[in-house]
Design a protein around this ligand. Structure first.
Ligand SMILES: [Zn+2]
Length: 274
């Protein structure tokens, strides 16, 4: 299986100096990349059975149904970690305006350097409408970290990253209001509260513990999010009608959806009712 673009290596560079004056046509030698190379070079390749470069979330394995407990080693030595950026914590993990927020927001100025927290490999480096310029790094222990709303990315997919390497410059791209870093931690495509792993406050960003135990409890917030039900607005619907249908007060519907009683509903709009 070809996973990462094959590397092209110039044929014996020393031969060029020996034959100065002679014009040589240098042909690249293709190095074939196979599964064993992937297992050796790509972090946690065996855990994920791949290195999905199509999807920001990657391959998801539902962790809310996890039956065992997995212990992940976070740190062997203090030099294994570097803070991505230290700044005012402006938003935490969890509900925000009735919507799930799967990361933490840290204030920065456009142009500030954003760094990788651990060694790893860049799985995603692209522009997305919501995340803006976003980088996802896969780490050896199976964790993935995501850095969003960057002004500029300076790494590309497949790049090997060392702890503290600059991934990009902070910014305000995508669905963002003011320059900040949106930082997420994920395991098998499912978000973990970064505060389960790190101490993050206005002046600190450090590793909280050397290892992390993950069970289905670690994904309780996700269970909550997945229990939410929505009604798809159809012709003739009103808040009153939806309220009667699901036995929920109009006040609660307004609160759950952050709308006023006078709000005109659009056909196709999703209205949360629990
Ligand atoms: Zn955010």
């Amino acid at each position: 299986m070809l996973l990462i673009s094959p590397v092209f290596v110039l044929a014996d560079p020393d031969s060029l100096s020996l034959t100065s004056g002679v014009k040589l046509e240098v042909k690249p030698v293709e190095v074939i990349w196979n599964v064993n190379d992937s297992l050796y070079h790509v972090p946690a390749y065996d855990l994920y059975c791949g290195f999905n470069r199509k999807n920001i979330w990657g391959e998801k394995v539902d962790q809310t149904k996890k039956v065992d407990t997995t212990t992940i080693h976070i740190l062997h030595d203090s030099c294994d970690f570097h803070s991505p950026w230290v700044g005012r914590l402006t938003s935490g993990y969890g509900w925000r305006h009735n919507r799930p927020h799967y990361g933490v927001d840290i204030k920065l100025q456009t142009g500030d350097s954003v760094r990788s927290v651990f060694d790893g490999m860049v799985r995603i480096s692209r522009y997305s409408a919501s995340y803006g310029n976003v980088v996802v790094v896969r780490h050896t222990n199976g964790l993935e970290t995501l850095y969003a709303h960057l002004h500029k990315r300076v790494v590309k997919e497949g790049d090997e990253i060392f702890v503290g390497n600059i991934l990009g410059l902070g910014g305000n791209s995508g669905r963002s209001y003011g320059s900040h870093l949106h930082f997420e931690t994920r395991y098998l495509g499912e978000p973990i509260n970064p505060l389960d792993i790190f101490n993050i406050n206005d002046s600190t960003f450090e590793v909280k513990r050397d290892s992390l135990s993950l069970s289905s409890k670690s994904f309780n917030f996700l269970k909550e999010v997945r229990r939410i039900k929505h009604h798809r607005v159809r012709s003739g619907d009103s808040l009153w009608r939806i309220s009667k249908r699901y036995g929920v007060s109009i006040t609660k519907l307004c609160k759950l959806n952050g709308i006023s009683r006078k709000k005109t509903l659009r056909i196709g709009q999703r209205i949360r009712y629990n």
